[in-house]
Design a protein around this ligand. Sequence first.
Ligand SMILES: Nc1nc2c(ncn2[C@@H]2O[C@H](COP(=O)(O)OP(=O)(O)O)[C@@H](O)[C@H]2O)c(=O)[nH]1
Ligand SMILES: [Mg+2]
Length: 244
Amino acid sequence: MKDALVIIPTYNERENVEAMVRKVMSLPHPFELLIIDDGSPDGTADIVRHLQLEFPGRLHLETRQGKLGLGTAYIHGFKYALRHGYEYIFEMDCDFSHNPDDLLRLYDACSNEGYDVAIGSRYVQGVNVVNWPMSRVLMSWFASWYVRLVTGMPIHDTTAGFKCYRRKVLETIPLDEIRFIGYAFQIEMKFLSYKYGFKIKEVPIIFTDRTKGTSKMTKGIFKEAVLGVIRMKLSSYFRHFDRY
Ligand SMILES: Nc1nc2c(ncn2[C@@H]2O[C@H](COP(=O)(O)OP(=O)(O)O)[C@@H](O)[C@H]2O)c(=O)[nH]1
Ligand SMILES: [Mg+2]
């Protein structure tokens, strides 16, 4: 069984990807890295290919044709991780909003404290967000509150995208049934982890807005989440969440 794989989806992250790869490779735990690049026109994948020569066997790359969305990129990565036998599977952004040093804390929550899912959470104690415009902080905080209200799941940061899953979580969740692509994807993964009864921990982190490159967040992604969570909650009444 292999140990830990960090999945990072990328779209036009030329300014961040090399520093991110080097940072993860330098951590005091032998994380492996899987970049899922959606044919970034800025050549992100070429930079990764070049770095693979330096980190053989630890830096992996999957490329897809065109921008297909964050959710399907992660599903692609999760299947890769299951196929290749990793025990701890992480989600992280490429833009340094998530501090790679915190990978160690998420890893610890799952490998030593026995949690099935560890969430790098901005809203455990107050609001730990640096450099976001106030409008975006408020939107994110209210979004988390709204999702908690609709779904009833006891998680503060419901849209967080910095996570560690134990393998059995991704083996249990029916990955092919997930249709969401943006924030709603992150919400649904948490909702299903909760419904299937997995042990979830929120690890407090500080989230810092990117300083390089641009955000790919769109209005459509936001709209998907607003209606999506209601639909998700309603359909959950007609589903069974048995673990085998
Ligand atoms: N492969 C892939 N990666 C994406 C896509 N959209 C965003 N990303 C990556 O997902 C991460 C988070 O996106 P970002 O634009 O920072 O979203 P924000 O933090 O919500 O503004 C970054 O690493 C992006 O490069 C996509 O459609 N495909
Ligand atoms: Mg970002």
